[in-house]
Ligand binder design. Sequence first.
Ligand code: ADP
Ligand code: MN
Ligand code: MN
Ligand code: MN
Length: 333
Amino acid sequence: MSYRAEYIWIDGTEPTPLLRSKTKIIPSGEEPGIWGFDGSSTNQAPGSASDCVLRPVFVCPDPIRGGDDKLVMCEVLLTDFTPHPTNTRAACVAAAEKYADQEPLFGIEQEYTFLKDGRPLGWPQGGFPGPQGPYYCGVGADEIWGRDIVEAHTKACMDAGLHISGTNAEVMMGQWEFQIGPVAPPQVADELYVARWLLYRIAEDFDVAVTIDPKPMPGDWNGAGAHTNFSTNKMRESYDAIITACEALGKNATEHIENYGAGVERRLTGLHETAPWTEFSYGVSDRGASVRIPWQVEKEGKGYIEDRRPNANCDPYTVTRLIVETCCGALAS
Ligand code: ADP
Ligand code: MN
Ligand code: MN
Ligand code: MN
């Protein structure tokens, strides 16, 4: 007997990489091992030296195929087993290991937009739906499009054992969110990539595409973010540590913004529940700030912060690495 392992990896497409996957049949009792692919077809190698290496980093049950089948999230290596230039996970692992004593945790809110016939699902051909207002957390066929896909995706994430913590319809018609966490890095990012892959794959069966473009519809329509909620053991105990983390993020704002996803300046305009990408701010309950301190955190004097700047199309390995380096670095002293 044997089982199917779907090897998933991040390609070299710029400015926003795509997910790729292929199937390996593995004899029962054997673990998914090292594999490879043609990097010249994924913007990861020249044709003359095309081999890239896949190393499994996170394995879970395949909720679509079921049975003994598995999903295998991989990192990409060169043939000498050093990280490929497109591999951002290796640096995330280094930061997570350096600051493991601070026990960092992340909860990432992944927003995304369903597309059908080149426009957001539910949008009329050649026109616009009614203005934003009723769609966020809405109910009813005049407000909600794609719930059947969302339900199938949520169940699949649960069946795969991912730490999915919720879902909701978003402010723009056809836009949704799911959250992964709280989980430590790099696993939170491994799981987020598997959840993204499941979303694309399940929406395929409904003949619907998914985009994580940060601003799929220009104009008076909300963009799509990946709000990143973060805490360390000190932040879960003291409000001083919460403020230290916010101040540290402010001092390093430029490096973070530059690595929070392509097109971040299209989304962080200062409108639509965002702070302008050129200015850093933090505040309690403030959805117009770069970083929000939830009201319960101020009340209880401990908890976590929400970095609202990352785009929906961000790389969660890079975002979590930067937050760990900046905040844990400041909290280490
Ligand atoms: P919002 O009110 O911004 O929409 P959500 O409920 O969508 O917030 O997401 C909040 C996220 O924060 C969840 O993924 C949750 O697991 C995560 N979270 C909760 N507590 C912590 C914590 N102490 N550290 C890190 N993440 C946390
Ligand atoms: Mn949310
Ligand atoms: Mn949201
Ligand atoms: Mn949020």
